[in-house]
Design a protein around this ligand. Structure first.
Ligand code: XIL
Length: 336
């Protein structure tokens, strides 16, 4: 039996884990692989506001609690995701925000959710995906309903509310498409660094940048030098780093599974080599653990290529070459 990813990470002072959800947990082979390989868990959707506050002030933490209890029972750390996001919100929220008289529409929510899990959370994604240079703002922020109502200050307010609710949890700003190489991603990196600098300059209690890590095997390439320089810039601000949602999109690849798996494993290894080489990196989470629950993009795709192969285990819960790539990257990582 090979050494688990959790143990390989632990040997370097790192954390390995993955997103999990209450449905996937029903599959015993998935649950046992999860318990073996993961030392930290993030709920895939159970702590999103559409689940936790289906109607105003009526909270539902049953699913979040179930995953907290599972993590606790297996000696795993827990991450929260997300407290403030423009997506995965209940249908009543946007109108309520537009009509809101003050910021309690989100600070009260943060107090309720982060307060409930105080002492159980390794870290919280306090704000998720708040930049979008394509929206044309000078500051690169996303033109979300949060921004339209409260201005750019909502991000700092959210971090302060999270710190008030949980004195210990590491507070994370989480973002996507800031790792691989394209002019659009250059703009996203620049906007992310500018946001982090503004938050730090204002003394907001931010502790880390979350790199979602949704990369592609056949899309924008990974420029390791450029990616490493970006991570160094974040570290130079005194922030930590976490890879929060790693998977490798294999769409656009050949029908031949073996060559797709190789391409996925290769880019995952090159990505993690850079991320884990930075002393500020605390760990890696994949967005799920098995391809079993991934949906092909189209019926034609399902016919031609079968289930997407983007994660450490395939749909039969067999380790994929990506699993080995992650293991090699952890073994090659500097010890913290
Ligand atoms: C995704 C979930 O995995 C999907 O099941 C859901 O339909 C949409 O959201 N960035 C995030 C995650 O921060 O919360 C998203 O999760 C994927 C992108």
């Amino acid at each position: 039996m090979t050494t688990s990813l959790a143990a390989l990470a632990r040997a370097k002072g790192l954390l390995f884990g993955a997103a999990n959800n209450t449905y996937w947990m029903k599959f015993p082979d998935f649950a046992s692989a999860f318990a073996r390989d993961c030392a930290i868990l993030v709920p895939e959707y159970e702590l999103k506001r559409e689940v936790t506050e289906p109607s105003p002030g009526a909270y539902d933490f049953s699913a979040g609690d179930a995953l907290r209890d599972y993590a606790q029972a297996h000696g795993m750390k827990l991450r929260g995701h997300p407290l403030v996001w423009f997506a995965a919100n209940p249908p009543w929220l946007e109108a309520a925000v537009a009509a809101a008289k003050d910021e309690s529409i989100f600070t009260r929510y943060i107090a309720a959710v982060a307060g409930r899990y105080r002492g159980h959370m390794h870290s919280w994604d306090v704000v998720n995906e708040a930049i979008e240079p394509a929206d044309g703002r000078a500051d690169g922020l996303r033109d979300s309903f949060w921004l339209r109502k409260f201005g750019p200050g909502y991000i700092e307010t959210a971090f302060r509310a999270a710190r008030a609710a949980d004195p210990q949890a590491l507070l994370v700003y989480n973002e996507y498409s800031i790792e691989t190489d394209s002019p659009e991603r250059d703009l996203r990196r620049r906007a992310t660094l500018a946001l982090l600098e503004r938050l730090i300059a204002r003394g907001a209690p931010i502790g880390a940048l979350g790199l979602q890590g949704h990369i592609t095997a056949y899309g924008p390439p990974l420029n390791q030098k450029k990616f490493a320089a970006f991570l160094d810039a974040v570290r130079a601000m005194g922030l930590k780093l976490i890879v929060t949602e790693h998977d490798v999109d294999d769409s656009g690849g050949p029908t031949d599974v073996a060559s797709r798996d190789r391409a996925v494993a290769d880019v995952s290894r090159r990505y993690l080599d850079v991320a884990l080489d930075n002393p500020a990196t605390l760990g890696v989470l994949t967005w799920g653990l098995s391809d079993r629950f991934l949906k092909p993009e189209s019926a034609r795709d399902a016919l031609l290529r079968g289930t997407p192969r983007m994660l450490p285990y395939d749909d039969a819960m067999q380790p994929t070459p990506m699993h080995d790539a992650i293991a090699q990257a952890l073994m090659g990582a500097r010890k913290r």
